[in-house]
Design a protein around this ligand. Structure first.
Ligand SMILES: *[C@@H]1O[C@H](CO)[C@@H](O)[C@H](O)[C@H]1NC(C)=O
Ligand SMILES: *[C@@H]1O[C@H](CO)[C@@H](O)[C@H](O)[C@H]1NC(C)=O
Ligand SMILES: *[C@@H]1O[C@H](CO)[C@@H](O)[C@H](O)[C@H]1NC(C)=O
Ligand SMILES: *[C@@H]1O[C@H](CO)[C@@H](O)[C@H](O)[C@H]1NC(C)=O
Ligand SMILES: *[C@@H]1O[C@H](CO)[C@@H](O)[C@H](O)[C@H]1NC(C)=O
Length: 457
């Protein structure tokens, strides 16, 4: 009996009858198809990747009944060692407890070696529940634990509309969530779609939430969705938050991204989070085409005090067929000049996430091209970019030298580019270029050299 059952099993295995591929959060390079709508953040020596969907080969094909699956664990990548995109090993941490979502906001609380997850959508609407703030306490070796972080002011918190496609960033001990879109996938029992107006902040120390629109009326935009926010610590009195791209949907009716005005990349908007003031400045150079939404940004501070924001890909929601962009750019500050980068080796993408890693590199994670089931040419959906050499590559170098501006951008400054910037106002110039009366911005240093060095987030 027993031996015949065993030999039947052996025969079945040989014939492949019971040889089932296993659906996993981290498929092999061979089985990997696409990862998208995941959010990444760096804490200590690890990149954490949370949420999103994955498409993979199961017995040699994508399951047509369910082409993507929600990712049930939090992944991490070790930045203390070098790796290639074909031999990289993901560490996984179970998400139970913790919400399994896509397009979440992540805020870095580096003082506590932790990050927070807010908003996003429940993939396939499975296990929907009240939206809470979740905190991941990192353990210093790529793992950690999720737990609920209850708000100090629950009455305000309970009235907030949870959304996805929010522009978010962290400024010191405060998380920012700007705009977004709410739907029946982002909030339990929600019956209609809605664009979110204004901006939320969450203070990690007091655990207090603020809807900035209500107490202070401070909101950089009436509405914005599918944009990207990036905190630049170098300029202004305490750093500035740039909010790039995306659309301004109506808030008083069913929002339509494709019928709403897009934010272009020539007239750039940023705000001073301390003073609660919004500004704009005209940029020059290779202006990225718009409309552009769901692209990624990351940045590096320059040793002489400047700052460069990297921007890659995104969606064109207005053009027929909604093509994805495959182009990438650097915005150099304080010059407000865009430089087009070489095209990446692995095709267009949107719904990806980018982080600054290892001295001078950018890591791009995931993204969709047309749909979610055409195989990503980038192994594991990972692409790396060396910001100084301005080169795409397929490996991470743990020993890379610290960031320095690429030669082409350095040359723009040494050729006197900064002196030719047409500032929108003296106030805006003052945020970027410090000039003491009678000194003419001298001191033998470039104006930006006088700004204090702050670790970028
Ligand atoms: C995640 O869990 C759900 C069940 O809750 C399952 O349907 C899905 O396949 C899992 N995802 C992966 C990638 O294994
Ligand atoms: C919803 O949240 C409650 C309270 O945290 C928890 O007890 C319950 O198991 C959750 N339900 C689902 C479907 O996750
Ligand atoms: C913040 O307040 C504004 C004005 O009352 C409101 O329209 C918006 O929906 C609120 N934001 C959230 C996330 O609930
Ligand atoms: C952030 O922290 C830095 C360093 O402590 C400080 O100089 C800056 O003013 C802070 N910025 C804001 C907006 O609080
Ligand atoms: C630039 O954007 C701001 C909003 O941040 C707007 O008030 C201003 O009119 C725009 N300027 C131009 C020239 O379009």
């Amino acid at each position: 009996m027993r031996s015949s059952a065993l030999s039947f099993l052996a025969a079945a295995l040989q014939l492949g009858h019971v040889a089932q591929a296993v659906i996993t959060d981290t498929p092999t390079v061979e089985n990997f198809v696409r990862r998208f709508s995941a959010t990444a953040i760096v804490i200590g020596n690890y990149v954490y990747i949370d949420g999103g969907e994955i498409s993979q080969l199961d017995n040699g094909r994508v399951n047509p009944a369910r082409t993507t699956n929600q990712v049930n664990s939090t992944l991490s990548l070790d930045l203390s060692k070098s790796w290639t995109t074909t031999d990289v090993v993901f560490k996984t941490t179970a998400k139970a407890p913790g919400p399994v979502k896509a397009n979440v906001v992540l805020w870095a609380d580096r003082a506590r070696n932790a990050f927070y997850s807010w908003g996003g959508k429940w993939v396939y609407g499975e296990n929907m529940n009240k939206t809470e703030l979740w905190k991941f306490n990192a353990d210093g070796s790529g793992g950690g634990r999720w737990r609920l972080e209850p708000p100090a002011n629950p009455s305000l918190f309970n009235g907030l509309i949870p959304a996805e496609f929010i522009a978010f960033t962290t400024v010191n001990n405060t998380g920012y969530a700007i705009g977004g879109q709410a739907s029946g996938w982002t909030e339990l029992y929600r019956g209609s779609n809605q664009a979110i107006s204004g901006m939320l902040t969450y203070n990690f120390d007091t655990r207090e939430w603020t809807n900035e629109t209500d107490p202070t009326g401070f909101t950089p935009f009436h509405s914005i969705a599918q944009a990207s926010a990036h905190y630049v610590p170098t300029f202004g009195p305490g750093g500035l938050v740039f909010v790039l791209g995306g659309h301004h949907p109506d808030t008083d009716r069913e929002p339509s991204i494709s019928n709403s005005p897009a934010q272009n990349f020539e007239n750039l908007t940023f705000f001073d989070p301390g003073a609660k003031k919004t500004y704009s400045q005209k940029a020059t150079g290779d202006i990225p085409p718009s409309p552009r939404s769901e692209f990624c940004t990351a940045g590096w501070q320059n040793p002489d005090g400047g700052y460069e924001i990297f921007l890659f890909g995104g969606d064109n929601k207005i053009a027929t067929g909604k093509p994805k962009y495959r182009d990438a750019y650097i915005l150099s500050l304080p010059g407000f000049v865009w430089t087009k980068l070489p095209e990446p080796p692995a095709g267009a993408r949107a719904y990806h996430s980018c982080v600054s890693v290892g001295g001078r590199q950018i890591l791009s994670i995931g993204g969709t091209m047309i749909g979610s089931t055409e195989r990503d040419d980038a192994p594991q959906g990972l692409l790396l970019f060396d910001m100084t050499a301005m080169k795409w590559k397929d490996s991470y170098d743990a020993t890379a030298a610290p960031y320095e501006r690429p030669e082409a951008i350095k040359k723009w400054y040494t050729d006197g580019g900064l002196e030719k910037v047409g500032w929108n106002s003296d106030v805006v110039r003052g945020l970027f270029v410090k000039q003491n009366a009678g000194e003419g911005g001298g001191n033998g240093k470039t104006p930006s050299q006088r700004w204090q060095q702050v670790v970028p987030s």
